[in-house]
Design a protein around this ligand. Sequence first.
Ligand code: CP
Length: 326
Amino acid sequence: MDLSLDGLSGVLSRATFLENQNPLERTRTLAKRRVALLFYESSTRTRTSFELAAKGLGADTTLVSSLSSSIEKGESLKDTGLTLRALGAEAIILRHNSSGSAWLLESETRLPVLNAGDGMHEHPTQALLDLRTILAHFDPSTKTCHPERAQRVEGPAVPVEVNAETLAGVTVTIVGDILHSRVARSNMLLLPRLGARVILCGPPALLPELAAGAGPGISVERDFQAALAQSQAVMMLRIQAERLAGLQVDLEDYKIRYQLTEQRLAAHAPSAIVLHPGPIIRGLELTAGVADGPQSVILEQVTNGVAIRMAVVERALLATEQGGRA
Ligand code: CP
């Protein structure tokens, strides 16, 4: 993610503006502009929210999925992108199983390409919506997060101006399959830039020790209880069975050590908010009671995805009008 802090504040403020704008007026923003969604991996949240975001701005959208297109016949990413461009697409939203695919497609098509998740590399808009969710629960006066804060009917406006100190004093623990997680990677790049500490927590098979040197503000803690006790926000991750590729993980042992249960949460992080990018696997990385409990902000993350993606889709298409990069 190459947004400056000013650019980040711009996206956050635009997300709030667009979310609150009259929906009919909003559809004039990108009326009849063409946005293609190109998905090589399955998705519920990212695909739907990007589509709703583009449509909410008035754009026409089309979905190309690897299972129902000429990709199945062997057409390459480059040729698929060039075909979409020839059909009038002005921006492409890409999910792909290869790291770096968004960069490749952008260089081949010269269109703005929004990365909706590339392999084990990055998922930038997920980190942006995670940040928006954390900020909605964050009290700048005490530098703490509160699960109940955004649940008030007249809750606080989401802070939109961020700087290198905005989250100073906040610790976010990311738990589980860090190795395969593009969500973890994007959050590790984003949150420390705003002053947050990031603790990575999980077994060595899913969290190599060298992750501790991934960047400033990032550390590794194997003891889940110790990590929870320091956290204002806990981000649970799914074990990505589709990417394990020969790694042996004893799921029963994993649950004993790393499953987020109501008891663990109450004992060690009773005031923290609980995030999860989804899809959640109830009974594995977290219990149903935690997923549905008062500290969970998982569905707020989903909702925030639409506002954030409206802001980034608009930014990408306006950048093309001005001849710049997305
Ligand atoms: N968070 C996320 O990327 O979910 P989907 O795979 O459902 O899009």
